[in-house]
Design a protein around this ligand. Structure first.
Ligand code: ADP
Ligand code: TRP
Length: 332
């Protein structure tokens, strides 16, 4: 029996090179292999906890969907859908909410961080907290458990949420007998953490990102902003401590990487290194960028792909939801 790998990306900002290397690229490779059932989705309802501007919300949701497809996700191999197109997730969400103690939610890190911040600012502890944010981990548990997911690849900050999904599954199973599989998280330990323009981890929270699909001129401009030291052009440079080289490695071929390593060791000017970095990233991104722009210009194409994916997703999850409802006492 093939195991199921499931992950969701929340549409809360423009996808950047770090997201690609750390999350999307490994997920695409996994989907290609055929060793697992893969289910990838746009976690749009999760983003509603934060985004209350309809136009922006729509644009970001389509943006995530277009990104996956433009980068080569094959929707015939992976089930690819939008969370909001699968109403069963929300039915399960309520059922699971009734098996989740409030204390468990009090301990969830995103809520706790806001409470801490409110304490520091002398605000009421729940200032700015909506119930969507508070119960966020329950919806995430519904996403995961409804598909009997075995493996959930996530960033480090999401590990606690997968553990909460296990806890909730156990509470339900304890009352009604084995029903939900207990999922395990998988963090991408071996992929690089890409540095951003200021040398810290590239992250939309730090405003230091290189968005994946920027136009070439903007790409070169952003690359020029990457911080370097003040060594003169002819001085030998250590490729292994250079952020430019770290980025270069992720996008160039092995022979290009080897050649560049030697150029660093014998002395390459930072200006030149930045030009070369632009070349490899731009070459890699050219085709996906065209595809991305094409999809964003005709969202009906995206809707078609996503609705087809939701149909498949529902075929997979409806039998389990029925079983769950029967167990809790509904006549269906
Ligand atoms: P951000 O930090 O920009 O808010 P998210 O937290 O939404 O990004 O991360 C989405 C996914 O991308 C996660 O799996 C995360 O591990 C990965 N990721 C984010 N930034 C980087 C980075 N700089 N290098 C590698 N992976 C990253
Ligand atoms: N909460 C995740 C994030 O912020 C996104 C997400 C929602 C998710 N549902 C999920 C990830 C289910 C994995 C599985 O990144």
């Amino acid at each position: 029996m093939k195991q199921t790998v499931l992950t969701g990306i929340k549409p809360t900002g423009e996808i950047h090179l770090g997201n690609y290397i750390g999350a999307i690229k490994p997920a695409l490779e996994l989907a290609k292999k055929n060793d697992y059932h893969t289910a990838y989705f746009v976690a749009d309802y999760h983003a509603l906890t934060k985004f209350h501007n309809a136009e922006e919300f729509k644009r970001l949701s389509y943006g995530i969907a277009a990104t996956w497809i433009a980068l080569g996700l094959d929707p015939t191999k992976a089930i690819f859908y939008r969370q909001s197109d699968v109403p069963e997730i929300f039915e399960l969400n309520w059922i699971l909410a009734c098996f989740t103690s409030k204390g468990l939610m009090n301990r969830a890190h995103a809520y706790k961080a806001l409470v801490d911040q409110n304490h520091q600012n002398d605000n009421d502890q729940d200032f700015g907290v909506n119930m969507g944010l508070f119960t966020y981990p329950i919806l995430m548990a519904a996403d995961i458990l409804l598909f009997q997911s075995d493996i959930v690849p996530v960033g480090k900050d999401q590990v606690q949420h997968v553990e909460i999904a296990r806890d909730i599954a156990e509470s339900f199973n304890h009352v009604y007998g084995e029903t939900f599989k207990l999922p395990t998280y998988q963090i991408q330990e071996d992929t690089a953490v890409l540095p951003g323009l200021d040398g810290r981890k590239m992250s939309k929270s730090y405003n230091n990102t290189i968005p994946l699909f920027v136009e070439p001129r903007q790409l070169q401009k952003l690359i020029n902003k990457i911080q370097t030291d003040s060594l003169p052009p002819e001085a030998p440079k250590d490729p292994d401590t250079s952020n430019l080289f770290l980025l270069y490695k992720e996008f160039a071929s092995p022979s290009e990487v080897q050649e560049m390593r030697e150029r660093y060791l014998t002395g390459i000017g930072w200006g030149e290194a930045k030009k070369e970095l632009f070349q490899v990233i731009n070459k890699f991104i050219q085709e996906p960028r065209e595809k991305y722009n094409e999809l964003m210009a005709s969202p009906e194409q995206l809707d078609e792909i996503l609705l087809e994916g939701a149909k498949k997703a529902r075929e997979v999850c409806i039998p389990l939801l029925k079983e769950v409802k029967r167990k809790v006492g509904f006549t269906i």
